[in-house]
Design a protein around this ligand. Sequence first.
Ligand code: ADP
Ligand code: MG
Length: 601
Amino acid sequence: MSVPVELQVEPAGISARLSSWRLLMNNRLAAAGLVALVLIGMAMLLVPVLPLADPDVTAPADRLKPVLAAGHPLGTDQLGRDMLSRLLWGARVSVAVGFAATLIAAVIGSAIGLVAGYAGGRTDNLMMRGIDMLMAFPYILLALAIVAALGPGLMNALYAIAVVNIPFFARNVRGVTLGLARREFVDAARLSGKGHLAVLATEVLPNVLPVIVITMSTTAGWMILETAGLSFLGLGAQPPQADLGSMLGEGRAQLFTAPHVSIVPGLMIFLLVISLNVLGDGIRDVLDPRLRSGALARPGPVTDIAADRGSFEPGARGSALSIRNLETGFLSAGGFVPAVRSVSLDLAPGECLGLIGESGSGKSVTALSVMGLVASPPGFIRDGAIYLGDEDVLAMSQTRLIASRGSRVAYIFQDPLTSLHPMYPIGRQVEEAIGAHQRMGRGERREKAVALLEKVGIPDARDRAAHYPHQLSGGQRQRVGIAMALANDPDIIIADEPTTALDVTVQARILELLRDLQRERNLALLFITHDFGVVAEICDRVAVMRDGEIVETGPTGKVLASPQHAYTRRLIACVPELGLGDTFLDRIEHLFKQPKAEAQT
Ligand code: ADP
Ligand code: MG
């Protein structure tokens, strides 16, 4: 598809990695965290070779030297030991224990979560009740109890912290696995003969891995803190060994006379934990593709529109909808990638215009642009004008635009199961659509919803209104979608592949319903599809779209009888005819063997 020139330079893998890296570095906090961690990490790695004093050698004569004393840049503690040396050696211990605990908790917790989520049923129940038992105790108390049982010491503190953190990983991973284990691609892998272990390792684990990494990166700082906490209480590192927590604990007695003894390790803990946390957040944002595009960080109810658009007059007089020279695309790291280029369309009142093209040709982006529904970021309308009557939508105020959605232009989407709310009865959803634009009492609204459901052919509409989307068939769900679109008597309905998810007989009935409603209410219908059979069925005119551009428009009969563009001919050839049998495939094959440039779609 349309790839900006800048992006074509590098192979996909490298550029994806590069852009992840760039995204992480764009996040200033995460970058600062990374820099701090790298510096601390290097210092800790170099400790053994640095010319530092022995951290455990006491020198009673040099007790409590202040910061910047000769030979002791960070001063000395109550036993005259060099603070800098103890700090670096101590941080090394704390970080090592924190990371080791994270790793142990992640491995065991994720394994439990994977198995429980994948197996389900009794196994799941047993494992999760075990985890619940761990979670039933305040976890620092549990850690204390474990150390008390095992005896104080650094290793035992490590085990205790790992154990109390297992539930976080197990719970998180189980939740994600549960969702994945029933998905079709996992079923497909099972059907292909893979064993459970192989399915877990090759299908489920890669999908769960980001969650594990994110949980690890966000809990590592926490675990360092917990290790320090146990050491602070005297249950972790034992004297004379230094770790950040025990240093803090020892400094407590001199908090007022020599504050540096506790402030120095305290600052180090703070720095470590905060850098780990901001870096963890940054990694999470980069790994989650939705956060990455900025969609969740700044969900835009309105598509961003360029200020310096050209001025375009509406097309034919009296059009219900007139799109002029529309250019919509997506902003990415590599720049603006247009998905739709110089698209112009006119839709008269009471007319059905088919917008046809293969998947990815830009039909949905065009349709969503009309009401500013392309999510920004990354969506961006760079040029063009969209007239509803004689009002330019792209110049409308946000409130006016939102008020026009549903009341002047309504949408019907492809997949009625995902566009309906799974937790509300359908009647209530239609009522909500009515309530969005019309003030009326509850009873009246309910009556209107039932009437609409009847209108679109839901049998026993009054009883059915209390049903949930999952209790309806695909065709009935799409009828509910149509009822919601009709709720506020819009002038224009944009139907984006409304029958693609349905089987042919249901499709025929939905098309019939749409056509009848359209005629009866003099609706302008923009009907998006990839199927010329459907266009022939209900559209007066058709516009053929390819790679974001309209390549041909005209009355349906004329385009069908004498298509001008090779692409149109191919789309028409893709409609099977009864009784054609094998020759149909031959015909398609022949058409797709056209010149190279033509075939690369
Ligand atoms: P269709 O004709 O099948 O409805 P679309 O209009 O959905 O196609 O998509 C047109 C092009 O826009 C595709 O190349 C698609 O990859 C791109 N596109 C759609 N949504 C996004 C998005 N959120 N970010 C980046 N590109 C997108
Ligand atoms: Mg689409």
